[in-house]
Design a protein around this ligand. Structure first.
Ligand code: GDP
Length: 356
């Protein structure tokens, strides 16, 4: 069986792509690590899938982590795909058909530190790209006197705090809500938000203790399900479309592309069109690679070959003539279309990214 089929089974609904933004040291990397870690612990072995450049957290793992916060029968989206590289640069260069590659973003703000220059910058980018986002008010465990309960939902851990700690947290959160308002966004603590389209949900979390992570996953899943379902409806068997994360030399494969696939299917042997620094590249997929399962890492081999991959997924493409491919450039499977038309499509999209 090809591994592509075990990664996701979204029917015609693909996994929403999630990116993490925020000021340096506010905890982007730690939060991603925590999400990955809790998903590995809570989920059945292998339930969480490591992709190239991304981590897939399937719905059953979300609901496992979120416990009573989530009723999995309310969802038909397959889960969440987190882009592993946090930060503004990758977010800004990663486009899909003119918009942001990520469908949703998490803006991480250190709850003690509040808005900082890169928080403002992230807000500007999110505004410009019209990307829906939630705010993770991180490091709640650093409030003096904090009484942590590992991996607990926010309300539960909040109830375990002293009055003094609670009021200090409240104060910090309201300051943050004020700063968001100053930036033009109306927001509130997520459990008070009725309409996530007009109000940004603020979720108190700790990337250190995992507190609030169940809430964060629940809100992301709910947001995607309620407001993005129609955008997630893709022709999963149609020609694949993706964005280059990175161009990398890989021993035994030559120049390869790390790609986030956001639409359709890509197969071994497919003719693809890739945006390049000078000329648009037309080539053929020699191999589709995904990270080798952890249990098998003893061997030298780092990748597994797969026959095909479906959106949304992160994968590595090995193909001839990729030296001039560019990070941020579009990748398209030609399928039964006219190759010239696909080349034009890729060039038009590249021009659009370049002027911004
Ligand atoms: P990034 O630059 O935004 O990716 O931030 P990092 O994830 O590297 O975190 C910066 C520092 O803050 C590291 O030393 C983390 O261990 C620490 N940190 C991140 N999140 C938390 C948190 O929730 N609680 C505590 N106590 N420390 C945290």
């Amino acid at each position: 069986m090809s591994d592509a089929d075990t990664t996701e089974d979204p029917g015609e609904l693909r996994t929403p792509i999630v990116a993490v933004l925020g000021h340096v040291d506010h905890g982007k990397t730690s939060l991603l690590d925590k999400i990955r870690g809790s998903a590995v612990i809570e989920g059945e072995a292998g339930a969480i899938t490591q992709h190239i450049g991304a981590t897939a957290v399937p719905l059953d793992v979300v609901s496992e982590v979120a416990g009573s916060l989530v009723d999995p029968t309310e969802f038909d989206l397959p889960g969440l795909l987190f882009i592993d590289t946090p930060g503004h640069h990758s977010f800004s260069t990663l486009r899909s058909r003119g918009g942001a590659l990520a469908d949703i973003a998490i803006l991480v703000v250190d709850v003690n530190d509040g808005f900082q220059p890169q928080t403002e910058e992230a807000i500007r980018i999110l505004k410009d790209t019209g990307t829906p986002f939630v705010v993770a008010a991180n490091k709640i465990d650093t409030i003096p006197g904090w009484n942590p309960t590992e991996d607990a939902p926010v309300q539960q851990t909040y109830d375990n705090q002293s009055d003094r700690v609670r009021s200090q947290l409240d104060e910090a959160l309201y300051e943050l809500i004020g700063e968001l308002s100053g930036a033009g966004f109306s927001s509130d603590l997520y459990w008070r938000v009725q309409d996530f389209q007009s109000n940004i949900g603020v979720i108190p979390v700790s990337a250190e203790t995992g507190e609030g992570v169940p809430d964060l996953l629940t809100v992301l899943m709910g947001l995607a399900q309620r407001y993005m379902k129609s955008e997630m409806e893709v022709n999963i068997d149609g020609p694949g479309a993706g964005t280059v994360l990175e161009v990398k030399d890989e021993r035994g494969f030559g120049t390869t592309l790390d790609v986030i696939l956001y639409d359709g299917t890509i197969r071994q042997g497919d003719q693809i069109v890739v945006g390049g620094t000078n000329e648009t590249i037309v080539t053929e997929v020699r191999a589709l690679l995904k990270p080798r399962e952890l249990a098998e890492i003893r061997t030298e081999k780092r990748f597994d070959d797969v026959e095909s991959m479906q959106a949304a997924a992160g994968l590595k493409i090995a193909a001839p003539d990729l030296d001039e491919a560019m990070a941020g450039a579009p990748v398209r499977v030609v399928g039964d279309r006219d190759v010239e038309a696909v080349v034009e499509e890729v060039e038009a999209e590249l021009a659009e990214v370049a002027v911004e």
